[in-house]
Design a protein around this ligand. Sequence first.
Ligand code: PMP
Length: 345
Amino acid sequence: MIKDIDDIMQLVRGNIRSLAPYSTARDEYKGELGAFLDANENPFANGYNRYPDPRQAQLKAQISRIKGMPVENIFVGNGSDEAIDLCMRIFCEPRVDNVVTIAPTYGMYKVSAAINDVEVREVQLGPDFSLPLQALIDACDKNTKLMFLCSPNNPTGNSFPVEQMQWLLEKFGGIVVVDEAYIDFSAQESMSALLGRYCNLIVLQTLSKAYGLAALRLGLAFAHECVMRIFANVKYPYNINLAGMEIAQRLLERGVQGEVDTIIKERGRVAAALAAFRCVERVYPSDANFLLVKVDDAQAIYNALIEQKVIVRDRSRVAGCEGCLRITIGTPEENDLLLQIMSKR
Ligand code: PMP
């Protein structure tokens, strides 16, 4: 349905399309040496007295190398939550447009839509958390601008087949946002490999999970360069602070494959051990760094774990996750403690 990037530009809200973006002092003069009397800063150096690079060129270059993605196709935000909010603000006219998403899924799509006064249409996942393909398309109308998918999905843990997401990209006349916060724990390839083919695809990733930088608040979006340019115009000029960028650049150097491999191995070990316990009815397959586990009494097990200072997420009141706990994979020692407590139930 979407032919080219011109069709995507038609989906952008009129006020955003005609926006004259704020131009920072750092946008207007890009040299590095000189007497900077242009930004009303305190001139006495302390490492942080100057505004940071609003384009985050160094950090983006590093992310570009790690992800194999050209810098023009990268947005860096204050967590992926900023990218989710920008999608709403760029494409959705409050009280007119709507977004479609799956249920259960990550809660921020709904909250961000509510904050922006945008209707959310949730379509329940099918048996074994499969994508309800036709129902997703049927939920759309001419005012549906965005479809949020999450793969691997939180809290169910499964990935959706790439061909199914491609089918949606081809059928849906709007933007498909695929949130890949947990992709580094999955054997499935990132949808970002398909950006050249689908200009209506936005892929979200984050440095908060596999990269271990949740406290720094660094989320990523990958999309067509025209879409990324609009993100850059709408974001706060200095959305990423210098301290966060410096620390991220240092910590990204060390690589995380060893940690990710350990988490994936532990995920298999914990899943197998849990499956044998009397209180466990089902351990759902997971492509993420957590397990969704159906137990005989979620509340009681949650409380028993809390008593021993092991905190998991009770998802038992979420439609589709009745009786389930969501358990993040911890260190081997933390996982042993969890297993030891649950084995006694
Ligand atoms: N997407 C999903 C699916 C998540 O589960 C989470 C956090 N739990 C996020 C995005 C948020 O990531 P960030 O820390 O980058 O805002």
